[in-house]
Design a protein around this ligand. Sequence first.
Ligand code: B12
Length: 590
Amino acid sequence: MAREPKPDFERYMTALHCEEPDRVPLGDWHVDQLPKESFMGKKIVTFEDQVDFWYTAGFDFITSSSGILEPVRAPEGMTTKGDAVHTEYGDKVSREWAQEHEGVVTSLEQFEKYPWPSVDDFDLSKWDFFDKNLPKGMKAIHLLGKIYTTAWMFMGAEVFFNALETDEELTAAIFEKIGKIQYETFLRVIEHPSVGAVFNPDDIAHNTGLLVHPRHLRKYLFPWYKKMGDVCRDKGLGFIFHSDGDCTEVMDDLIDCGFHAFNPLQPNAMDIDEIKNKWGNKLCLIGNINLDSTLTLGTPQDVRAEVYERIRTIGPGGGYMVASSNSITDYVPLDNMKALIDATFEFGRYPIELAEGGVKGTVWKYQGKAKKEAAEFESQLDIEAYTTSLLSNDVSRVTGLAQKDIDSGVEVAEVISKGLIPALAEVGKKFQTGKIYIPEMMIAARMMQGTIESLKDQLADKTEKKLGNVIIGTVKGDLHDIGKNLVIMMLEGQGFTVKDLGVSVSPEQFVQHAKENKSDIVAMSALLTTTMIEMENTINALKNAELRDQVKVIVGGAPVTQKFANDIGADGYAYDAPGAAQLCKQLLPS
Ligand code: B12
């Protein structure tokens, strides 16, 4: 639909202040290169090209980043290139995956030695260009260089999660260093008259909730946000926070930091209606058009209907911008991206008076968090004490408790089956209900492994009865394994034999290992929709190998849903790691 772009950053700021502008603005902060070029029908190389895209597509702004960590790309040595994966634009692309284990700064010594850049090392010339070359009415938005994400990427996710609980000195040093570099860059960039707002993409959560305990965020991260928020408010700049996952627990903190808006309202993690009711008068909501399914696997009509429905329900009164639930990735078909933009222009004019169901299509509705909770467990052993000790990060407390019960005549196998295993299930419940976070889960799993190991010698019948054989891996082209590893911890902790096939596992490898291990369950994990589709290829490979009827197939991961699991013919789906253990118990009743 040809239309004359009329950028007006005042429209953006009015929505940001939760008031009604002339129409609902577009709000996406990042569009991958391939959809951009396909939309413009030409290569996008120069800043002129970039401005041309954002202008022609109908945005009131152009976004651009400056700081230590460019969005979705990390300094040398901190990412791994994965196998090329599917895009909707013909050619496959190999993505850069963050170090989820060991990063480049894992000790104070490495921290001291690391050649930390300063703001003077960054090329900020593009802001001079924007000052002189933006079309009338358009402004630039500074994409801040991430602080939380940069800290864990420098350390490696696992080292970072551990250091939060065990190495305060290193954690404090790295947050101070990165915070300072990003803050000084921020101060330089906002001096430019073309800058109208500052956008902070820093993922602090996942589907279940925050990645780490909020006390760490309040200590190391939010003070930097507050400093920037105060400056933005003084200078009349917009200040937008972006985090994937469920951030409900800290929405008030984010408002206190000075943020005007929240993005992207990940549909599998947050209920936009609930957020609008609770914080809609203080926070402009930007996003929620579903990247997991509607934008990627849906039709342009589905996208049109979902945009219509979000504008109809969230738009009235202002404080809403249409955008994807993360970014426009290269696995979003061009027609779906165009449908999002066109529907925003068609239905977004204020006052909004749209009838329910006015546009037909498959519209995503928040499904809640399908939690499979462990059943209550009767035991004459002190489960609470075992649970507390598993979270103590002191294995001697767990082995001490176990030994006390053994010395009082309890069989070792019973200490495991009636003490440790139910205790780990309680740890899982605390994770599902947001009482503990990923670092604590990792600690509990380590304590469990350490204790089981120490009890092995005393086990009468060494061949401890296992609940079943599971092979698990992250699918082809996907290098994300934190999620898979938490599932492994819970399955092993609940008594399953688990073979970890690692990351980027091809359908052929799943088939081969299922055969060799006489597996009862084939478990697959994925981080992105563009890799998640490999799950169906694996199920078809199992069918072709006539193995399908001999195994149960379960799937999970951030973009995965029960509907997707049903559509590809999987036997089960679980929203989180404790749920995965419950699911396996249901599929293989002992
Ligand atoms: C950290 C993160 C990043 C990091 C690191 C990613 C990496 N490793 O390279 C960075 C910043 C680099 C990044 C980049 C991108 N990201 Co990102 N990212 C995340 C984030 C915030 C957390 C992922 C994580 O570690 N979660 C923690 C673990 C513990 O959770 P989990 O993996 O979901 O696992 C749990 C459950 O799912 C379940 N589970 C997991 N596996 C299994 C298996 C089975 C069998 C079962 C039963 C259960 C199960 O149990 C686990 C524990 O409870 C997610 C948001 C989210 N909600 O998770 C987005 C998210 C994955 N990212 C997303 C996107 C779009 C991107 C980008 C494509 C953006 C872009 N335009 O480039 C890039 C792609 C990067 C790449 N590698 O190609 C989207 C994917 C959406 C989609 N449908 O495809 C997400 C979901 C955010 C969103 N708002 O939608 N990302």
